[in-house]
Design a protein around this ligand. Structure first.
Ligand SMILES: Cc1cc2nc3c(=O)[nH]c(=O)nc-3n(C[C@H](O)[C@H](O)[C@H](O)COP(=O)(O)O)c2cc1C
Length: 142
């Protein structure tokens, strides 16, 4: 593979100074396995640890930056400081192979999962600020 795609195994330096040891990037992938309280689960930590070795850059799955921005069931949260310990665990796992890691932040907007939102509103008293429309992302939600 290194002969067929030699560039893939070359280093890469971003303008602001972050250097990658190779150009293999782990794509951001939601795992649907966060804890019900929005924290990163042990399974997710293990998932990132298993994949961290060898990659040049790790991208995490998306995390919602507001309570009503959740797109997927079991998506870990990042909308207030109470999630810092959870996100620190994720960062340690994603960086455990020595590569830099990027947290993918997002808000699902009008594609937010209606079913997840209604459950969250019930469980966490989240205000109903959105009227989500059905979307392709809903297929992934349970
Ligand atoms: C299980 C799964 C979860 C994914 N979760 C995310 C995500 O959280 N954020 C994102 O931007 N893309 C997500 N994607 C899209 C992937 O990062 C990637 O862009 C897509 O699979 C296409 O990759 P390819 O061009 O190498 O085929 C997900 C894909 C899969 C299969």
């Amino acid at each position: 593979m290194s002969k067929t795609y030699p560039k893939l195994f070359e280093t890469y330096a971003f303008a602001k100074g972050i250097a990658l040891r190779n150009r293999v990037v782990m794509a951001p992938m939601t795992t649907w396995s966060g804890n019900d309280d929005g924290t990163v689960s042990d399974e997710e930590v293990a998932y990132y640890r298993r994949r961290a070795n060898g990659a040049g850059l790790m991208l995490t799955g998306c995390t919602h930056v507001m309570p009503d921005g959740i797109g997927f069931t079991g998506e870990f949260a990042s909308y207030d400081d109470s999630f810092t310990p959870s996100l620190r665990r994720l960062a340690e796992a994603a960086r455990s192979g020595g590569a830099p890691a990027i947290l993918q932040i997002f808000h699902a907007g009008n594609k937010a999962s209606a079913r997840v939102l209604s459950r969250l509103r019930r469980d966490r008293s989240t205000p109903a600020t959105l009227s989500p429309e059905p979307s392709a992302m809903m297929k992934f939600s349970t």
